[in-house]
Structure formats: C-alpha cells, structure tokens
Design a protein around this ligand. Structure first.
Ligand code: CTP
Length: 397
C-alpha cells in the first residue's frame, strides 16, 4: 500500500480530470498524502474547491502567488513528494515535459523534481497517434518517466482507440508499483504472450491470429501490483510493456526453453497462443516452385509448455494459470483442459468467429478453478488482466 507516502498529483486539462477526483479519494484510502496541483487548463474541468476538499489540503495552482512561494517554494514542493503523478497528462503537458519547458507551475515542478514521475495520458486517439506525440512519449520513456495507459476504448469525443485515461484503480496500482509497494512486491511471475511462428523455410512460417494483447495486459497488471515479470513473447503485434524483462522468441521450442530458463517463479501465466504443430524438417533453403508439383508439409507436435511446467520438474510455480482458446462448449472443454494440463486455473475465452476476441480488444472469460467455473461479463482485455492479477496476488497471499 502507498501508506504514509506523499504524492504530488498534477491535474492537467482534459475531460478525464473528473476521474482525478476519484483518484485522490482512492490514493488517500491507501493512506497516502496527496498534494494537488491544478493547471490553468485543469481548472476549466474541475474546481480548485472540489480538488482541495477531497485532498484535505490546499490546492496549488498555476497562479504562482507570493504566499505560496513564501510557504513552500516550487523546488521544495517538487522534492517533498515521494512520487509525482500527472493525471490526466495531456499532449501539451507531455510535450512540455519532453522539451524541458518550465513556463508554468506544473511544468516547473516536473523539471525541478528529483523524484520519479508517473504519467496517465488522456487525449484524442489521433493526438495520441500523432508522430509528434509519439516522439514525446518515446523521449519521456527514455528519460525514465513511467506510464500507465492510455487505455483503448470509446472516447468522450466519440472516437475509438488508445487515448482514454486509465481508471483510478489502475493508476493506484501503478503508483504502488512505482513505490515498490504492491501486493506482489518481491514476487516473480513468468508470462507468455503472443503467437509463435513455426518456420516452413527461411521466408515462410505457420502462425495464428494472436496479437499478444491479453498477455501484454497481464504483464502490465502484474507489474503494476509490484511483481518482477519475465515476459516471454512470440512475434506479437502489440509492443511489449515497459518495466518488465522481455525475452523475445519465435517458435514454441524457443518459448519452452525461455520459460524454463526464467524459473523459479512464484506464478506463471500462459497467455501465448502457441502453435500446436511445427513443420517437421523445415527447409533451410527457400522452397522453390517445381513445375506445378505441390510441396508436401509434414507436421509434428510441439511441446506443451503449460503442461510441461505444470507437471514436470521440481521448480513448479505455486500457481500455474493457463488460457484456453475455445470455439464451442467453452466450459466443458476448458474444464477438461485444466485437468489434462495439470494447471491450477484456466482462463477460458470464446474465440469463435464473430466473438472478436482473437486480435480484438475485449474478452469474455470463464475462469475455471478447483472451485468450479465463474462466468465473467464481457470486458476489455485490460480489465480482465487487472482482475486476474488481483486474484493472483490474493492466491499467493
Ligand atoms: N499451450 C502451451 N504450449 C502449447 C500449446 C498450448 O503452453 N504447445 C498453452 C497456452 O498458452 C494456453 C493453454 O496451453 O495457456 C491452452 O492453449 P489452447 O490453444 O487453448 O489449447 P491446446 O493445448 O492447443 O488444445 P486444443 O488446441 O486441442 O484446444
């Protein structure tokens, strides 16, 4: 918990500022002290009175006044906190941070601080995707600024995509992770993610439609609860997250070797869509057309990473979580899969055509444990991951 910690919360100008009121409440519930700073644009969305009433202290604003400077100068204000949180972090604020501008109180504090900074971006999807903003994001990440979100989804402006500010609970989890205080602090969790590519020859391969979105969301959620995460990923569409150890692999055999090399772990989460088969005797030369004669591919079965880790070796993690991609009889198939593979939990998802799960942003999950099957409502992959990570933390105790 972030108890007895001091957080300087900078509230930028965006519609998501209303969520920052809830964020203040939740941070204070963890025992943290919150000193709010409201930018001029932020004050267009939430009032200084609401912010200071929730924080229980005065709010600092852009209007630098002499009393403030006499009471606590901006340098001291930027250093007294254990962590600076910027929520919502607008494109404008991030551009100022990336450029080192200090034309107002918020940007001055961000430039003067010697503490870690966590930003929760919120903006229109086109603004987020704009090369100028992406340059600033890359610059801030390489400067060591921590990010939580943005999430993908429907935006206040009606467009869809990345740009929504993370939910207050996710920001609180990221704060705790940044302070090294989450419930998984000191725990090691291995996560597999993405598809595998099984070569036919040097230019061709067998693959599947997995984007790596669910595995990446799992790694983020576990990291945000304080876990040390080893993220073993196949060639995914979604980039791997910051703040985890990334091991890139191509094939199922490489994935198994990487997972075994990462042991011991307290928990392992197998979200990868591993190819069940590989081409036996893949050619090390490009297979050429041969006067209309068709090549024959012989398949052989890949090792089952989840079953291997669940059932073999002394280094079995105390909690092994598998996923099950099913197109029909989801609960029955997943229950049988849990028994067959020897894992503790199975997170079953319906990947039938029309479900939009494979490669999409949402998931409809059935969680199978020794207590039976739990049907979760349809939700975003991030929300699924946040809830699963919370359950994992509770199970590890
Ligand atoms: N898995 C694995 N190694 C494999 C195949 C699957 O680790 N070679 C893991 C997946 O990461 C997932 C779980 O096993 O956690 C179930 O994957 P799924 O594709 O649903 O099951 P399969 O074993 O492939 O069974 P089937 O294709 O018959 O449904």
């Amino acid at each position: 918990m972030a108890g007895s910690r001091h957080i300087l919360l900078i509230i930028g100008g965006g519609i998501a500022a209303y969520k920052s009121l809830e964020l203040i409440r939740r941070l204070r519930e963890t025992g943290a002290k919150v000193t709010p700073v409201l930018t001029r644009a932020g004050a267009e969305f939430v009032t200084p009175l609401a912010v200071s009433a929730l924080a229980g202290v005065k709010v600092y604003s852009d209007l630098f006044d002499l009393t403030d400077e006499a009471e606590m100068g901006h340098i001291e204000l930027s250093r007294a906190a254990d962590l600076i949180v910027v929520a919502p972090a607008t494109a404008d604020l991030m551009a100022k941070m990336a450029a080192g501008l200090a034309g107002d109180l918020a940007s001055t504090l961000l430039l003067a601080t010697d503490k870690r900074v966590l930003v929760a971006p919120a903006m229109n999807v086109r603004m987020w995707d704009h090369p100028a903003n992406q340059r600033n994001v890359a610059q801030l990440k390489s400067d060591g600024v921590l990010f939580v979100g943005p999430n993908e989804g429907e935006m206040a402006c009606g467009e869809f995509g990345p740009g929504r500010m993370s939910e207050p609970a996710e920001i609180v989890a990221a704060v705790e992770a940044a302070l090294g205080q989450g419930p998984l602090a000191g725990r090691h969790v291995v996560v597999t993610s993405g598809p595998t590519h099984e070569p036919i020859d040097p230019v061709r391969y067998i693959a599947n439609r997995s984007s790596g979105a669910q595995g990446t969301a799992m790694a983020v959620a576990l990291r945000d609860l304080g876990a040390r995460v080893t993220f073993v990923t196949g060639p995914a569409v979604v980039p791997p997250p910051q703040g985890v150890e990334v091991v890139r692999v191509e094939t199922a055999a490489q994935m198994l070797a990487a997972v075994q090399a990462a042991m011991p772990a307290d928990a392992a989460v197998f979200a990868a869509a591993v190819a069940d088969w590989r081409v036996e005797g893949a050619s090390d030369r490009k297979i050429k057309k041969d006067g209309g004669k068709l090549p024959t591919l012989n398949f052989t079965e890949n090792p089952d990473i989840l079953a291997t880790v669940s059932t073999k070796g002394p280094a079995r993690p105390s909690l092994v979580v598998g996923f099950a991609a099913e197109t029909n009889d989801v609960e029955a198939n997943a229950t049988a899969k849990r028994a067959r593979k020897g894992c503790d939990w199975i997170v079953a998802n319906d990947v039938s055509y029309g479900s939009g799960v494979m490669g999409g942003t949402d998931n409809t999950v059935t969680l199978i444990t020794d207590a039976g099957a739990e049907h979760w409502p349809r939700m975003g992959k991030t929300a699924v991951a946040t809830e699963l990570a919370r359950r994992i933390a509770a199970a590890l105790g």
